[in-house]
Write a protein that binds this ligand. Structure first.
Ligand SMILES: C[S@@+](CC[C@H](N)C(=O)[O-])C[C@H]1O[C@@H](n2cnc3c(N)ncnc32)[C@H](O)[C@@H]1O
Length: 243
Protein backbone atom coordinates (compact mmCIF):
# COMPACT_ATOMS: atom_id res chain seq x y z
CA UNK A 1 0.00 0.00 0.00
CA UNK A 2 1.22 3.49 -0.92
CA UNK A 3 0.10 6.62 -2.68
CA UNK A 4 -1.79 6.20 -5.94
CA UNK A 5 -2.30 9.56 -7.66
CA UNK A 6 -5.12 9.54 -10.23
CA UNK A 7 -3.96 8.48 -13.68
CA UNK A 8 -0.89 6.56 -12.49
CA UNK A 9 -0.70 2.80 -12.97
CA UNK A 10 2.35 1.67 -11.03
CA UNK A 11 4.79 2.77 -8.34
CA UNK A 12 7.24 4.23 -10.83
CA UNK A 13 4.60 6.43 -12.42
CA UNK A 14 3.24 7.43 -9.01
CA UNK A 15 6.71 8.49 -7.78
CA UNK A 16 7.33 10.48 -10.95
CA UNK A 17 3.96 12.21 -10.58
CA UNK A 18 4.62 13.08 -6.92
CA UNK A 19 8.09 14.47 -7.72
CA UNK A 20 6.74 16.55 -10.61
CA UNK A 21 3.81 17.84 -8.58
CA UNK A 22 6.01 19.02 -5.70
CA UNK A 23 8.41 20.52 -8.23
CA UNK A 24 5.60 22.58 -9.72
CA UNK A 25 4.45 24.03 -6.37
CA UNK A 26 7.89 24.41 -4.72
CA UNK A 27 8.14 28.23 -5.14
CA UNK A 28 4.79 28.76 -3.38
CA UNK A 29 4.96 25.77 -1.03
CA UNK A 30 5.78 27.62 2.21
CA UNK A 31 3.29 30.41 1.63
CA UNK A 32 0.50 27.93 0.93
CA UNK A 33 1.43 25.72 3.85
CA UNK A 34 1.15 28.58 6.31
CA UNK A 35 -1.93 30.05 4.68
CA UNK A 36 -3.96 26.86 4.27
CA UNK A 37 -3.13 25.60 7.76
CA UNK A 38 -3.60 29.08 9.27
CA UNK A 39 -0.01 28.81 10.48
CA UNK A 40 -0.77 25.72 12.59
CA UNK A 41 1.83 23.78 10.58
CA UNK A 42 4.50 25.65 12.56
CA UNK A 43 2.99 24.29 15.81
CA UNK A 44 2.91 20.70 14.43
CA UNK A 45 6.60 20.85 13.55
CA UNK A 46 7.46 22.53 16.89
CA UNK A 47 5.68 19.72 18.76
CA UNK A 48 7.65 17.16 16.77
CA UNK A 49 10.92 18.86 17.67
CA UNK A 50 9.88 18.96 21.34
CA UNK A 51 9.19 15.19 21.37
CA UNK A 52 12.68 14.36 20.06
CA UNK A 53 14.60 17.05 21.96
CA UNK A 54 16.44 14.50 24.16
CA UNK A 55 18.10 13.10 21.01
CA UNK A 56 18.89 16.57 19.65
CA UNK A 57 20.65 17.49 22.90
CA UNK A 58 23.36 14.92 22.19
CA UNK A 59 26.16 16.50 20.11
CA UNK A 60 27.14 13.01 18.90
CA UNK A 61 23.66 12.25 17.54
CA UNK A 62 23.10 11.90 13.81
CA UNK A 63 19.71 12.97 12.54
CA UNK A 64 18.14 12.81 9.09
CA UNK A 65 14.96 14.62 8.06
CA UNK A 66 13.73 12.74 4.98
CA UNK A 67 11.25 14.30 2.55
CA UNK A 68 12.59 17.57 4.00
CA UNK A 69 10.97 19.71 1.30
CA UNK A 70 11.86 23.36 1.85
CA UNK A 71 13.70 22.46 5.06
CA UNK A 72 11.57 23.90 7.87
CA UNK A 73 11.64 20.85 10.14
CA UNK A 74 15.32 20.20 9.43
CA UNK A 75 16.23 23.77 10.41
CA UNK A 76 14.12 23.60 13.58
CA UNK A 77 15.77 20.32 14.56
CA UNK A 78 19.18 21.91 14.14
CA UNK A 79 18.21 25.08 16.03
CA UNK A 80 16.91 23.16 19.07
CA UNK A 81 19.98 21.05 19.72
CA UNK A 82 23.56 20.19 19.01
CA UNK A 83 23.12 17.10 16.87
CA UNK A 84 24.29 16.83 13.28
CA UNK A 85 21.21 17.22 11.09
CA UNK A 86 20.89 16.31 7.43
CA UNK A 87 17.95 16.74 5.09
CA UNK A 88 17.02 14.77 1.98
CA UNK A 89 14.31 14.91 -0.65
CA UNK A 90 13.87 13.56 -4.17
CA UNK A 91 12.46 16.80 -5.60
CA UNK A 92 15.18 19.15 -6.80
CA UNK A 93 13.17 22.41 -6.73
CA UNK A 94 12.20 21.75 -3.09
CA UNK A 95 15.87 21.28 -2.23
CA UNK A 96 16.75 24.52 -4.04
CA UNK A 97 14.27 26.33 -1.77
CA UNK A 98 15.71 24.53 1.29
CA UNK A 99 19.25 25.43 0.23
CA UNK A 100 18.35 29.14 0.08
CA UNK A 101 17.14 28.95 3.71
CA UNK A 102 20.21 27.00 4.79
CA UNK A 103 22.41 29.78 3.37
CA UNK A 104 20.27 32.58 4.73
CA UNK A 105 20.34 31.11 8.25
CA UNK A 106 24.03 30.16 8.06
CA UNK A 107 22.88 26.66 8.92
CA UNK A 108 25.24 23.73 9.50
CA UNK A 109 22.72 21.29 8.01
CA UNK A 110 23.59 19.53 4.78
CA UNK A 111 21.11 18.55 2.09
CA UNK A 112 21.15 15.72 -0.41
CA UNK A 113 18.87 14.51 -3.17
CA UNK A 114 17.57 10.98 -2.57
CA UNK A 115 14.51 8.81 -2.74
CA UNK A 116 13.27 7.98 0.76
CA UNK A 117 12.81 4.39 -0.35
CA UNK A 118 16.50 4.05 -1.31
CA UNK A 119 18.55 6.23 0.99
CA UNK A 120 22.29 6.43 0.29
CA UNK A 121 22.90 5.95 4.01
CA UNK A 122 24.66 3.08 5.79
CA UNK A 123 22.70 0.54 7.82
CA UNK A 124 22.21 1.40 11.51
CA UNK A 125 23.95 4.77 11.18
CA UNK A 126 21.35 7.24 12.50
CA UNK A 127 19.97 8.07 15.94
CA UNK A 128 16.84 9.81 14.72
CA UNK A 129 14.94 9.97 11.47
CA UNK A 130 12.05 12.38 10.95
CA UNK A 131 9.55 12.68 8.14
CA UNK A 132 6.93 15.43 8.06
CA UNK A 133 4.07 15.26 5.60
CA UNK A 134 6.20 13.14 3.29
CA UNK A 135 5.34 9.60 4.35
CA UNK A 136 1.82 9.78 2.88
CA UNK A 137 3.36 10.41 -0.54
CA UNK A 138 5.54 7.30 -0.61
CA UNK A 139 4.58 4.70 -3.19
CA UNK A 140 4.99 1.89 -0.63
CA UNK A 141 4.45 2.50 3.09
CA UNK A 142 5.93 -0.87 3.98
CA UNK A 143 9.09 -0.23 1.94
CA UNK A 144 9.27 3.25 3.50
CA UNK A 145 9.13 1.89 7.04
CA UNK A 146 11.67 -0.81 6.23
CA UNK A 147 14.06 1.82 4.87
CA UNK A 148 13.61 4.04 7.94
CA UNK A 149 14.32 1.04 10.12
CA UNK A 150 17.36 -0.02 8.09
CA UNK A 151 19.19 3.30 8.55
CA UNK A 152 18.41 3.63 12.29
CA UNK A 153 20.70 2.11 14.89
CA UNK A 154 18.99 -0.28 17.32
CA UNK A 155 17.18 1.98 19.81
CA UNK A 156 17.17 4.85 17.29
CA UNK A 157 13.90 6.70 16.88
CA UNK A 158 11.59 7.39 13.94
CA UNK A 159 9.16 10.33 14.07
CA UNK A 160 6.43 10.42 11.45
CA UNK A 161 4.30 13.57 11.32
CA UNK A 162 1.44 13.13 8.89
CA UNK A 163 -2.12 14.12 8.13
CA UNK A 164 -4.70 11.77 9.62
CA UNK A 165 -8.43 11.28 9.92
CA UNK A 166 -10.11 13.22 12.75
CA UNK A 167 -11.91 10.68 15.01
CA UNK A 168 -14.93 12.94 15.67
CA UNK A 169 -17.42 12.33 12.83
CA UNK A 170 -18.89 15.85 12.80
CA UNK A 171 -15.50 17.51 12.80
CA UNK A 172 -14.30 15.03 10.16
CA UNK A 173 -17.20 16.09 7.88
CA UNK A 174 -16.37 19.78 8.32
CA UNK A 175 -12.71 19.12 7.68
CA UNK A 176 -13.55 17.06 4.57
CA UNK A 177 -15.56 19.99 3.22
CA UNK A 178 -12.66 22.37 3.88
CA UNK A 179 -10.07 20.07 2.32
CA UNK A 180 -12.15 19.11 -0.73
CA UNK A 181 -13.80 22.42 -1.56
CA UNK A 182 -11.86 25.33 -0.09
CA UNK A 183 -8.31 24.03 -0.03
CA UNK A 184 -8.08 23.09 -3.76
CA UNK A 185 -9.65 26.42 -4.73
CA UNK A 186 -7.18 28.57 -2.75
CA UNK A 187 -4.19 26.24 -3.28
CA UNK A 188 -4.92 25.93 -6.99
CA UNK A 189 -5.32 29.67 -7.45
CA UNK A 190 -2.09 30.62 -5.68
CA UNK A 191 0.11 27.75 -6.84
CA UNK A 192 -1.33 27.51 -10.36
CA UNK A 193 -1.80 23.76 -9.80
CA UNK A 194 -5.33 22.79 -8.81
CA UNK A 195 -4.27 19.17 -9.38
CA UNK A 196 -1.73 19.37 -6.55
CA UNK A 197 -4.27 20.66 -4.05
CA UNK A 198 -6.92 18.13 -5.15
CA UNK A 199 -4.35 15.37 -4.65
CA UNK A 200 -3.77 16.47 -1.05
CA UNK A 201 -7.25 15.61 0.38
CA UNK A 202 -7.42 12.50 -1.78
CA UNK A 203 -4.06 11.23 -0.52
CA UNK A 204 -5.10 11.95 3.09
CA UNK A 205 -8.39 10.07 2.58
CA UNK A 206 -6.53 6.99 1.36
CA UNK A 207 -3.87 7.15 4.07
CA UNK A 208 -4.15 4.65 6.98
CA UNK A 209 -5.67 5.89 10.23
CA UNK A 210 -3.43 6.49 13.26
CA UNK A 211 -3.94 3.02 14.83
CA UNK A 212 -3.37 1.34 11.50
CA UNK A 213 -0.10 3.22 10.92
CA UNK A 214 1.04 2.28 14.44
CA UNK A 215 0.38 -1.39 13.59
CA UNK A 216 2.30 -1.07 10.34
CA UNK A 217 5.24 0.37 12.29
CA UNK A 218 5.05 -2.57 14.69
CA UNK A 219 5.10 -5.05 11.80
CA UNK A 220 8.09 -3.26 10.29
CA UNK A 221 10.20 -3.82 13.42
CA UNK A 222 9.55 -0.75 15.58
CA UNK A 223 8.73 -0.95 19.27
CA UNK A 224 7.60 1.44 22.00
CA UNK A 225 5.22 2.95 19.46
CA UNK A 226 3.19 5.90 20.60
CA UNK A 227 1.16 8.42 18.70
CA UNK A 228 -0.55 11.66 19.50
CA UNK A 229 -3.25 13.36 17.53
CA UNK A 230 -3.02 17.10 17.14
CA UNK A 231 -5.61 19.73 16.19
CA UNK A 232 -8.59 17.40 16.64
CA UNK A 233 -6.80 14.63 14.77
CA UNK A 234 -6.11 16.47 11.49
CA UNK A 235 -2.52 15.44 12.09
CA UNK A 236 -0.89 12.59 14.01
CA UNK A 237 2.68 12.27 15.22
CA UNK A 238 3.91 8.68 15.49
CA UNK A 239 7.07 7.82 17.37
CA UNK A 240 8.74 4.43 17.44
CA UNK A 241 12.11 2.94 18.34
CA UNK A 242 13.99 0.53 16.16
CA UNK A 243 14.07 -2.84 17.87
C1 LIG B 1 4.26 17.83 1.73
S1 LIG B 1 5.98 17.98 1.42
C2 LIG B 1 6.63 18.10 3.06
C3 LIG B 1 7.92 18.87 3.15
C4 LIG B 1 8.44 19.15 4.55
N1 LIG B 1 8.83 17.95 5.22
C5 LIG B 1 7.45 19.93 5.37
O1 LIG B 1 7.19 19.55 6.51
O2 LIG B 1 6.95 20.95 4.88
C6 LIG B 1 6.40 16.34 0.96
C7 LIG B 1 7.82 16.22 0.48
O3 LIG B 1 8.10 14.82 0.35
C8 LIG B 1 8.92 14.64 -0.79
N2 LIG B 1 8.82 13.25 -1.20
C9 LIG B 1 7.72 12.55 -1.53
N3 LIG B 1 8.04 11.29 -1.86
C10 LIG B 1 9.37 11.18 -1.71
C11 LIG B 1 10.30 10.13 -1.87
N4 LIG B 1 9.91 8.92 -2.28
N5 LIG B 1 11.59 10.37 -1.62
C12 LIG B 1 12.01 11.57 -1.21
N6 LIG B 1 11.19 12.63 -1.06
C13 LIG B 1 9.88 12.43 -1.29
C14 LIG B 1 8.39 15.65 -1.79
O4 LIG B 1 9.30 15.93 -2.81
C15 LIG B 1 8.08 16.84 -0.89
O5 LIG B 1 9.16 17.71 -0.82
Amino acid sequence: MGTTPAGTENEQQAAKWVRGMFGSIAPRYDLLNHLLSMNIDRYWRAQTVARVSHVLANPEARVLDVCCGTGDLMLSLEAKGQATVLGSDFCHPMLVAAHAKVQHKHSRSALFEADALRLPVADASLDLITIAFGFRNLTSYQAGLEELRRVLRPGGMAAILEFSTPPNATFARLYRFYSRAILPAIGGFISGSKEAYSYLPESVRKFPGAEDLANQMRSAGFGNIRFERMTAGIVALHLGDRL
